[in-house]
Design a protein around this ligand. Structure first.
Ligand SMILES: [Zn+2]
Ligand SMILES: [Zn+2]
Length: 149
């Protein structure tokens, strides 16, 4: 189990493990800032983590394509789930026990970032339009044209 990471919510009712991923993406979008109280800092782990206390997670559908999961007891923001054919999981980095392994990978929705803060260093950045264009190109490559419900 050396290649695993563990994390939990503030009260401990929800805990989880998943395979190690060390790249943290930053999201400056309006929704992440409202939900997190600041930029979203999260790890795209893709596969569903092994969760203990799953009953305590409440899921909020924040868009047509994704839901956000938090601990209903203490309110910790834990998961972002992309509802693709096979759902993909993103975990908010602050929930992990070992914070020393992380590297900042990129920042997205840079065009929605407010002026009062900036991250130091030369971090690859994308606008919201660039992010959507990238996902649209990827889903077309796989032949999964997105259908509008
Ligand atoms: Zn909790
Ligand atoms: Zn966001």
């Amino acid at each position: 189990m050396g290649d695993q990471m563990s994390g939990r919510c503030l009260c401990g009712k929800v805990s989880f493990t998943n395979k190690s991923v060390h790249d943290v993406g930053i999201c400056h979008c309006d929704m992440c800032r409202r939900w997190c109280g600041g930029p979203g800092m999260a790890v795209h782990i893709k596969d569903k983590p092994a969760i203990t206390g799953e009953d305590h997670i409440k899921w909020f559908k924040s868009s047509d394509w994704a839901e956000r999961g938090f601990c209903a007891e203490c309110g910790s923001n834990l998961f972002y789930r992309l509802n693709l054919e096979t759902p993909e999981y993103v975990v908010f980095a602050g929930a992990y026990d070992d914070q020393s392994v992380f590297k900042m990978q990129n920042q997205i929705f840079i065009d929605e970032k407010p002026a009062y803060y900036d991250f130091a260093g030369d971090i690859p950045s994308m606008t919201g339009a660039e992010v959507f264009a990238m996902y649209y190109a990827e889903s077309n490559e796989e032949g999964e044209r997105e259908s509008q419900p």
